[in-house]
Design a protein around this ligand. Sequence first.
Ligand SMILES: [Fe+2]
Ligand SMILES: [Fe+2]
Length: 484
Amino acid sequence: MTHPLGAVDYTTKIPNNVNLADDQRVLKALEQWHPGYIDWWNTMGPEGFQTSDVYLRTAISIDPKGWAKFDYVKMPDYRWGILLAPRHDDRQVNFGAHKGEPAWQEVPGEYRAMLRRLIVIQGDTEPASVEQQRHLGKTAPSLYDMRNLFQVNVEEGRHLWAMVYLLHKYFGKDGREEADELLNRRSGDADKPRMLGAFNESTPDWLSFFMFTTFTDRDGKMQLESLAQSGFDPLSRTCRFMLTEEAHHMFVGETGVGRVIERTCQAMKEAGIEDAGDIAAVRKLGVIDLPTIQKKANLHFSLSLDLFGSEVSTNAANYYSSGVKGRFQETRIEDDHLLTNATYPVSKLVGGKVKMVDEPALTAINMRLRDDYVGDCSRGVERWNKAIEKAGLSFRLKLPHVAFHRHIGEFQNAKASPAGEVLTDVEWAAEKDQWLPSKADGDFIESLMQPCWERGKFASWIAPPKVGIDNKAGDFEYVKIHQA
Ligand SMILES: [Fe+2]
Ligand SMILES: [Fe+2]
């Protein structure tokens, strides 16, 4: 049976559908963690807008048809809740050595360290992106975009709560210590950095933000999808609900980049420019040229590929065999879900060339998830290309080869072009500014980052959205700015 959709309890300080009121130990632990979180939000959250009224959605239920409500909220007053997708009593472990056993409602002792690590790594990414994006409000190209940024930020905050709940509820003292550490690390900090590379990079401008939400939040989606398969049921249920919110983050990214492209194409058309490579002429129009958009995509895509870890990984094999982390859409795959004898093709560097080599499917779990991710990304790029095509331009965006600009895995020591040719260091140094954003590109984009906060108005370099949030009219005041 399915438990009735848990009504969300708003009487406790922490809204939840996990019966916190009857779980005094965990409620106390979370209430003790809460002031540190608010302190973190006030110092590391969106800079300058903590007293503004933002038209935000808040998760109030887990009913897919009506889970969110929209209203003006000051961000520090946002109700960060703990919401898990409904429990199914007959759910089983669906892969690995325990396949067919009832899903675990408690942490199996032998997998405790593994599960804790996975939860901490996921949890660490959530506040990291808020830290990376905290300066962007000041240069928002519209109130609509500013509101979307803050929506993503508060939801990443809620995702942190989600992981912290699991740590407090299921991991005792070390869980509490890990939860505290999640508030102590800082994105980009030399001494206490966040755990993963892409989450220590800066997000200097809005195009970076849109690329980040397109590519890096999509890695988040893939990780959540595979954790949603976990035999540890509370983790699975937590991740399933997070995925509902995550979809909006990728929407913000993909339509954000799409609107930048739309505006560029429109300005080129009006000026009669057909050659997308005439960068100087395009930039004079106050829009971002398509080759620079390609470079930004190259950067964020390659940084996000690193988040999948090494292509061949015994850790990933162990996670899978133990039943703690599955594959993308595990239950829809038609195989034995044990992978004892299966193989999977892995891209590797062999004799200076990129080749596909069959590896045991168990150790190639990361590679497979990355392939699913690349497929998902390329569908997004195709949607962008449709807009360029519609504008009558011959330019097309393209994802770079997986060997391009990598810092983790098979290609970390290779220098490869976006086409996947392996280069010498000299060749790489000569070409790299054509493939990755240069200082000059960054300076140009920065020059465009002028705030545009008038209702219904948009900065020169971005087109308005097709539809408003919550179906609001074009001049809706998404943020009532009272700057701190
Ligand atoms: Fe998240
Ligand atoms: Fe996200």
